[in-house]
Design a binder for this molecule. Structure first.
Ligand code: R5P
Length: 293
């Protein structure tokens, strides 16, 4: 991103936007984004964006609350003459409905991908949920960069947990757990069957070779928390202490945090792609390095 660029925070993303502006040496745009009394979105961009590269910063958890303002702000900066309009979405929502599981369902990951691809020239995100979509290019038609916070989790584990065993609670988590483990930490991956939003079953491999280690669960998302809770239950049944739980994205829907506590899980550490009181790892430097490149 050149020094003439501008970053612009959607509401709630001001801290990250300011840190990116400072780290990249670019302007943090002044803007007003608010609701009219009737609930519709008002957008005013006060910083000049004509002829400039503009990066909108908007993490996309609770995406239904955020997409209208994001799309309207992208349209506004384009209308005001921005040269290139990029989206930095540390968490990219709407990636998990990646198939039609029941007749008549919408494959909403594709539809949101189309909407954002029409509004932006480029997308930068961190660890999007890629499962049945093997690549982000299957969903997003625009140039994109997907960064990984798994090494950040690996560094946190090395600094905070003695004799760790990294544990992926399901097959999808293998990509994160192996990247976090690197060449020096042992890791295992469990097998999960999801029976409902709040109901998962987990099978474990033989864990006896790892007896005596402290388990650290590693996943991309904590949403209802049920994946972590069930994986933790299997670990304690196998004689391990309650695990630390780590994840890239702290979605935490509904009663997730209380349910984790009730299950005896005290230590939860997440990356700050979504602001949450479990945030213990930062992704700002990862983003700055990528945006400089
Ligand atoms: C799975 O499919 C993801 O990688 C996570 O395991 C999942 O999103 C966690 O969801 P929950 O916290 O609702 O079990």
């Amino acid at each position: 991103m050149d020094a003439a660029g501008v970053v612009l925070a959607l509401p709630g993303n001001e801290r990250l936007s300011a840190a990116l502006a400072a780290g990249l040496g670019v302007e943090d745009a002044a803007r007003v984004i608010r609701r009219f009394p009737d609930g519709e979105t008002y957008v005013r961009v006060e910083t000049t964006v004509e002829g400039r590269d503009v990066t909108l910063v908007c993490t996309l958890d609770r995406a239904d609350d955020k997409l209208p303002a994001l799309l309207l702000t992208a349209a506004t900066v384009r209308d005001l003459g921005a040269r290139h309009v990029r989206l930095v979405a540390p968490y990219l929502g709407y990636m998990r409905q990646d198939d039609r599981f029941l007749p008549g369902e919408g494959v909403t990951s594709r539809y949101v991908g189309r909407l954002l691809s029409a509004a932006f020239d480029e997308l930068v995100t961190i660890d999007p949920h890629l499962h049945r979509h093997a690549r982000l290019a299957d969903v997003y038609a625009i140039p994109h960069r997907t960064l990984s916070a798994a090494p950040v989790i690996g560094d946190w584990v090395r600094a905070n947990v003695a004799e760790p065993l990294l544990v992926g609670p399901d097959e999808e988590s293998a990509q994160w757990v192996r990247a976090a483990a690197g060449a020096d930490l042992p890791c295992v991956v469990f097998t999960k069957t999801r029976r409902g939003d709040h109901d998962v079953a987990i099978e474990t491999p033989d864990l006896t070779p790892h007896a005596g280690r402290t388990p650290v669960l590693v996943d991309d998302v904590i949403s209802t928390g049920r994946t972590m809770i069930e994986a933790a239950r299997r670990l304690t049944e196998a004689g391990f202490p309650a695990p630390a739980c780590t994840a890239v994205h702290a979605v935490f829907s509904g009663d997730a945090q209380a349910a984790l506590r009730a299950a005896g899980i005290e230590r939860v550490a997440t990356c700050d792609t979504i602001a949450h009181d479990t945030n213990a790892m930062g992704v700002t430097d990862l983003l700055i390095r990528a945006l400089r490149g």
